[in-house]
Ligand binder design. Sequence first.
Ligand code: CS2
Ligand code: MG
Length: 402
Amino acid sequence: MKIQAARVIVTCPGRNFVTLKIETDQGVYGIGDATLNGRELSVVSYLEDHVLPCLIGMDPRRIEDIWQYLYRGAYWRRGPVTMRAIAAVDVALWDIKAKMAGMPLYDLLGGRSRDGVMVYGHANGSDIEETVDAVGQYIDLGYKAIRAQAGVPGIKDAYGVGRGKLFYEPADAALPSVTGWDTRKALNFVPKLFEKLRDTYGFDHHLLHDGHHRYTPQEAANLGKMLEPYQLFWLEDATPAENQEAFKLIRQHTVTPLAVGEIFNTIWDAKDLIQNQLIDYIRCTIVGAGGVTHLRRIADFAALYQIRTGCHGATDLSPVTMGTALHFDTWVPNFGIQEYMRHTPETDAVFPHDYRFEKGMLYVGDTPGHGVDIDEAEAAKYPYKPAYLPVARLEDGTMWNW
Ligand code: CS2
Ligand code: MG
């Protein structure tokens, strides 16, 4: 069996997605996601110019060997571009293997560990009142877990506040827009949001919050401590994690569970955090961290330390990643939660899929493979449009972490 052709498809049904399609000489094809928000075309070039020519003629059944070939063989290891290109190939190959086996991917991975996958949605508003209403809407839709973010008085376009209900799309301008940040204001405000949420809805639902890399370790420790009475499911990206040791300080001061990893690319980004038990949830996902082959390695390592998964699932992760992640979540023994931001109807039409939402859970279907396809005629209707994530500056103009 041989890989006969491989193509990259770029489409923008409301936002940009980069998709890889690998075709075999036996008529079976596989689909992988290679989207890197705001830097999409760099992965297109990496794949088209440097990866796809090597793949032609290879045996698509040798997933592990092809993964190692692309990882070790590049000599230049890791990084978001390389690892997304590897992820796209890896996911397309798992799709092919599962289709050939006539099995849904979760079966090939080892079978079901659970019936459905608990997800969390994003509730946001321009102030506390709007966010409280938005959380109520998610509760009405049956969600068991909800992430809450609100506009902070005095901060221009605080992180996580969208324009519409149920959808949130930060990459929204042809050049990065400038947002603001002020840690003092946020620290005074965020605990009040969660106090109001617990007063209004009680403690039956899981509540989550994303710090989006904005706090120093000391500030993050302070926030975690102040949030303890509200029993969060997790506080995410409380401080940047390039220096994994930074989490030690947070950990020493608070029992609020910590989650990190949406921008990690390999197990090496998480090694110290995991083996020192500095986090509770690892947020790497399929497209960001080298596909099923590598994410499985990270999850198994995390399981040794009772750390659970919490795959990133924002809208910049295409339905191909979402579908594959759901198969992974259905199998992985140390599953925690799955982030789920709904895609627009245009995106859903480009990527027909068989997963479905019911009462706060997502369920994978039984179609052989990962259950997500691409309608190329639909995709062709939406050409690429440059769109960047915002940047953040402090009041005095200093660049900060968006
Ligand atoms: C976020 C994302 O979903 C999350 O937790 O941190 O919205 C993130 O900002 C985007 O995926 C960036 O592309
Ligand atoms: Mg996040």
